[in-house]
Design a protein around this ligand. Structure first.
Ligand code: 48N
Length: 327
């Protein structure tokens, strides 16, 4: 069955005359059919208005069966789950640290399969700061995000603008897959010769299932094997500091517990403390404050960006060795 398309009864300026103008290629139809005389086209910003305004009576969607839409989604989603069941790196948490790590790593190693697991379904606004602006101490130049330069810091006019830009760049990498509305509810470990812990992947479930383990004997989880996990689960929320607490739960680490807010102390501590806390698990972002007993940071995000960057650097340094150990 052909994909959904907008069917026009009459000629629409600038598109193939008559026939079906496929809605999905609508904004690109100008490019796709190589129209000459590009200058004859309506000004770029009026394309949609020019195309639709006043023509609604001629406009109708081609019929499509619900099962077609459902199959289009499920076929891809479950194929992704199959492909990423063996990942090269798993990043837990699509917050500012996690996405920064994903961006740097995906760009530096396009050969690595990177799975991002995020428990929220709606991202960006939830994972950016809730205030109306996001103060970063490092200009996010690579992302072409506009910001006000205040000398020793920059201000992005909305956290969602910064996070959505970063998210869109990360998701544009062909070697990155985001599994949202999905919680990491456990870690996968392997025994080591010195009786320490080596992490070899994560256990995941639908977030709503994970949230109900106390009142439902829930369905079996999913697993993702990976030689390296980057945990950036933050300090807040139902799963905050997930990996730190899980590691402490079986004695692999001791929890310091986050201390009260001290922005400057926290910024240095988080960035410099970003590291592989146990073999196979690098920790970054505010989750480290729970592990190391660092201070709360408050609504500034430069340290999250740099912590994510340092986590990516750590991953680049150890990935080959961890991969060998996992073989
Ligand atoms: O934004 P967060 O919470 O964490 P970071 O470290 O990326 O950024 C921290 C920053 O937002 C602050 O908290 C600021 C600097 N300080 C504020 C203050 O109060 O002082 O992102 C963590 C992400 C979230 O999107 C969670 O939904 C997600 O991780 N998450 C998980 N996703 C899947 N499985 C889990 N177990 C899990 N735990 C958390």
């Amino acid at each position: 069955m052909s994909p959904p398309s907008a069917i026009y009864q009459n000629e629409v300026h600038g598109f193939e005359v008559g026939g079906a103008v496929k809605a999905k290629t609508l904004p690109h139809a100008f490019k796709d059919n190589g129209l000459n005389g590009v200058n004859d086209l309506p000004a770029k910003d009026s394309v949609l208005l020019e195309t639709f305004a006043g023509k609604w009576d001629d406009f109708t969607f081609a019929p499509i069966r619900e099962s077609t839409v459902s199959r289009a989604m499920t076929r891809r989603y479950f194929s992704d789950l199959d492909t990423y069941a063996e990942s090269d790196v798993v990043i837990v948490g699509a917050g500012s640290a996690g996405l920064s790590a994903a961006y740097v790593l995906a760009k530096a190693r396009p050969d690595l399969k990177i799975a991002i697991i995020e428990h929220l379904s709606a991202l960006v606004v939830d994972v950016g700061s809730v205030d109306s602006c996001s103060v970063l101490c490092v200009p996010p130049d690579d992302l072409e995000v506009k910001y006000a330069d205040e000398g020793n810091y920059v201000v992005v006019h909305h956290a969602a603008y910064f996070m959505s830009t970063l998210l869109s760049k990360v998701l544009a990498f062909p070697n990155v897959k985001l599994f949202n509305a999905t919680a990491v509810e456990d870690l996968i470990t392997r025994p080591t010769s010195d009786n320490s812990v080596r992490i070899a992947g994560v256990v995941t479930n639908w977030t709503l299932v994970t949230l109900h383990h106390d009142d439902h004997s829930c369905m079996d989880p999913n697993t993702i094997n990976a030689p390296l996990v980057i945990s950036t689960t933050g300090h807040d929320g139902p799963f905050g500091a997930f990996s730190a607490k899980r590691l402490a739960g079986f004695g692999a680490v001791n929890l310091g517990g986050m201390r009260p807010l001290d922005m400057v102390t926290a910024e240095d501590a988080i960035v410099k403390g970003t590291r592989e806390v146990v073999k196979g698990l690098i920790m970054a972002g505010m989750e480290l404050s729970e592990l190391d007993g660092g201070n709360r940071m408050g609504p500034t995000f430069g340290a999250m960006v740099l912590s994510g960057l340092k986590a990516a650097e750590e991953a680049l340094n150890v990935w080959e060795q961890r991969k060998e150990e996992c073989a």
